[in-house]
Every structure is written in structure tokens, then in C-alpha cells.
Design a protein around this ligand. Structure first.
Ligand SMILES: NC(=O)c1ccc[n+]([C@@H]2O[C@H](COP(=O)([O-])OP(=O)(O)OC[C@H]3O[C@@H](n4cnc5c(N)ncnc54)[C@H](O)[C@@H]3O)[C@@H](O)[C@H]2O)c1
Ligand SMILES: [Zn+2]
Ligand SMILES: [Zn+2]
Length: 364
């Protein structure tokens, strides 16, 4: 079986559209025909890593949405013809997976990041007969047809527009999940969101759903802050990191209940942490490198720092929940989407990198 796919052959090279051969699906896999696949910053992160981290030619894509073509013998939760959203893969049995935190799976690397099945085999082969990495987040959805790990596959109601649901698989789920799961925010509580991109704006929309009080958005770009206001931010800040704490204290009175960082910038994180009230919590989702520093004593009041992975979502239930909120008009994440045919994937990447487009979705 052959498929069109976008292949990344080198860390700093453009994606190349190729025809690949796809392996037969195994007993615990699902063959999915993609309709749309979101592009998330984590797909592009590979380019920022030192070259030794590049694991060879690979198909990325981890926000797929499409229709089931065929299922393996052990797959019982979906059937051919079902509409599905694809999320991360996990082992299902480790202490994190067994306590409803599959995104924090102890073997996440093997199941979602290795560019192969857990046994090391790759599902794609190129025109020269060479293997091409597959199973990124269990799915490698920058391909029209892909064999996907069963645990990555989430069934959704066919009445929803499947073409726009892909971003629920990672970015949107992470932003909304932080508010609804990791923070379990209550009505009236205050929130700071640093970075008004795909994750941050999804968090703001979710904060509106739970009836948050003050919602403060931080970004460097005025157009992003306008969007933040459109989705529910009550205050917007574009100030130097060392002025953040004061500005947050001023907007909230006694400091914020929650802060969500999506910038991965250590100085912004420090400012947000200092802007929390005594029992405030900060969640860190933005990917940063190096050390984070903050004043030792400032933590003893009772503040909390949480590392955020996929908003502590259990995709199987959380993705259908967000899709329903969207259908009900309460969670308009699809306003962040701009579509590009898969052949224009490099344009989608530049539009995402420049900030012009918040959530590119590749169509097939
Ligand atoms: N932890 C997880 O589970 C998870 C999941 C998905 C993505 N991510 C990561 O989250 C991050 C955000 O993803 P996204 O898709 O929302 O990206 P994005 O580019 O759409 O949004 C980031 C926003 O932060 C703003 N920003 C960056 N640095 C800033 C600074 N110093 N001050 C003010 N604003 C600043 C940018 O202008 C942008 O609007 C990325 O690092 C991504 O890899 C993490
Ligand atoms: Zn696990
Ligand atoms: Zn992602």
C-alpha cells in the first residue's frame, strides 16, 4: 500500500513530499486515512535541537484526524468508517498510565518519540527501500495513510466536522486540559497566561468555560493580545519580564491563583511565579532549555510549580468532551485554524514560525 507523506530528511531541511510504502497494520494498530493534521510547535522543535538528536528520515505530525480504514485483530474500540482524532501513545500499564495520567507515561519516549514502534520497526519505506520513521506520538499523521497505535486513536461523533478536530490531539488539549484537569480551576479564580498562541488561547477559552474571574494574557505581539481579549482575557500585558510580577499583583489585588507558561522563557516564568498569591500554582508547558531560577523563600508560602504534559488529559474522554463544547459554541478553538494542502507544508511551517498563523492544519 502506498501513501503520500511529508518526510523530514534533515534537522534543518524543508519537508519533502514523497510516496512511501506503508506496512500492513498489526493486531494492535489502526489504519487511518487522514483528513486533516494540525502542526504543533513540537513538530518543529526537532530543528532547534543539536544535529545528533536527529534520528534520521521521519514522518512527523501528531494532531491527526481522519477516518478508520481497517483495524487490527485486537482493536475493539473503533471500526472501519469511524471518525477519529489521534493523540499521543503510551504504555497503558505504568504508574502514570494506571492513574489516568497517560501523557506522563514512564515509557513515553518509546511509545511516542522514538520514530518507530516500541519494537524498533518502522512502518514506512521510501522509494529506495530504506525505512522512514513512523509512529511519532503513535501516529505520524503528516501522511495520507498511516498505521496508528490503537491507544492513540480516539473515536468522535460523526456529526462533528472531522476536518477541524486534529488540533484537539495535542496543542488545544494541552491548553484546555491545564485549566480543566491539571489546575481544576473553579469559577471566579484568576489566571495568568504567558504566551497567547495555540496553547495559551486554548487555555483562555477553557478558562471562560469554567467561569474564571480575572484572565491576564501576556505576549510580545499586539495582534495576539487582541485575540486573547476576543477569547476572554480581561487584562493584557506586554511588559519586560521584570515588571510582570508587579503588573499581575496590580491586576489581581493579592496575586493570581494560577499561571500557565507557554513561552518556555525562564524570565517570564520567574515573573509569573512572583505574581502568584501565597497559594498560587504555576504550570509549565512551554519547552525551554537550561535552568530555571527563582527565590528560594518565595516558595515557602505555599506556592506550587507543576510540569505540564498534555494538560493531564485522558484523550479518550477529554477530546470528545472538547469537541462537544466546540459544537455547542462554547469553545471556538477552530477560529485559530488556517488550512494548507499537505503539498504546501513548508508554507504552513513558515506561517507558523513567523506567528502569522496560530494553528496550521494540513489537508489531504
Ligand atoms: N507540555 C506540553 O504538553 C506541550 C504540548 C504542546 C506544545 N508544547 C510547547 O508549548 C509551547 C507553546 O506552543 P504553542 O503551539 O502555543 O506556540 P505558539 O508559538 O503558538 O505560542 C507561543 C506564544 O508565546 C509568545 N512568546 C514567546 N516568548 C515570549 C516572551 N518572552 N514574552 C512574551 N510572549 C512570548 C509568542 O509570541 C507566541 O504568541 C511550545 O514550546 C511547544 O513546543 C508543550
Ligand atoms: Zn505508561
Ligand atoms: Zn504538540
Amino acid at each position: 500500500m502506498e501513501t503520500t507523506a511529508a518526510v523530514l530528511r534533515g534537522g534543518h531541511e524543508p519537508f519533502v513530499i514523497e510516496t512511501l510504502t506503508v506496512d500492513d497494520h498489526r493486531a494492535d494498530e489502526v489504519l487511518v486515512r487522514m483528513v486533516g493534521a494540525g502542526m504543533c510547535h513540537t513538530d518543529l522543535l526537532m530543528r532547534d535541537l543539536p544535529p545528533e538528536f536527529f534520528a534520521g528520515p521521519q514522518v512527523y505530525g501528531h494532531e491527526g484526524a481522519g477516518v478508520v480504514e481497517a483495524v487490527g485483530a485486537d482493536v475493539t474500540h473503533v471500526s472501519p468508517g469511524d471518525h477519529v482524532v489521534l493523540s499521543f501513545n503510551s504504555c497503558g500499564t505504568c504508574p502514570a498510565c494506571s492513574t489516568e495520567r497517560p501523557a506522563c507515561c514512564f515509557d513515553f519516549g518509546v511509545h511516542s518519540m522514538s520514530g518507530a514502534r516500541p519494537d524498533g520497526s518502522k512502518a514506512f519505506t521510501d522509494a529506495n527501500g530504506e525505512p522512514v520513521g513512523s509512529h511519532y506520538f503513535g501516529q505520524s499523521s503528516f501522511a495520507e495513510l498511516s498505521v496508528v497505535a490503537a491507544r492513540s486513536v480516539v473515536k468522535v461523533d460523526p456529526s462533528f466536522d472531522i476536518a477541524k478536530l486534529g488540533p484537539l490531539g495535542c496543542g488545544v488539549q494541552t491548553g484546555a486540559g491545564t485549566i480543566m484537569n491539571s489546575f481544576d480551576m473553579l469559577e471566579g479564580q484568576s489566571l495568568v497566561v504567558a504566551g497567547a498562541g495555540a496553547l495559551g488561547l486554548s487555555a483562555i477559552m477553557a478558562a471562560k468555560v469554567v467561569g474564571a474571574g480575572e484572565i491576564i494574557a501576556i505576549d510580545r505581539h499586539a495582534n495576539r493580545l487582541e485575540l486573547a481579549e476576543h477569547f476572554g482575557a480581561t487584562t493584557t500585558l506586554s511588559v519586560e519580564p521584570d515588571q510582570l510580577a508587579g503588573a499581575i499583583q496590580e491586576a489581581t489585588g493579592r496575586g493570581a491563583d494560577f499561571a500557565f507558561d507557554t513561552t518556555g522563557n525562564a524570565a517570564v516564568v520567574k515573573g509569573c511565579l512572583e505574581g502568584l498569591n501565597n497559594i498560587g500554582t504555576i504550570g509549565l508547558a512551554g519547552v525551554g532549555f537550561g535552568d530555571l531560577t527563582f527565590d528560594y523563600l518565595s516558595m515557602i508560602s505555599g506556592k506550587r510549580i507543576l510540569g505540564i504534559m498534555e494538560g493531564d488529559a485522558v484523550p479518550e474522554t477529554f477530546i470528545p468532551h472538547l469537541a462537544q463544547l466546540n459544537a455547542d459554541g462554547k469553545f471556538p478553538f477552530d477560529e485559530l485554524i488556517q488550512t494548507f494542502p499537505i503539498g504546501d507544508i513548508n508554507d504552513a511551517e513558515s506561517a507558523s514560525a513567523s506567528g502569522e498563523v496560530i494553528k496550521p492544519v494540513l489537508t489531504f
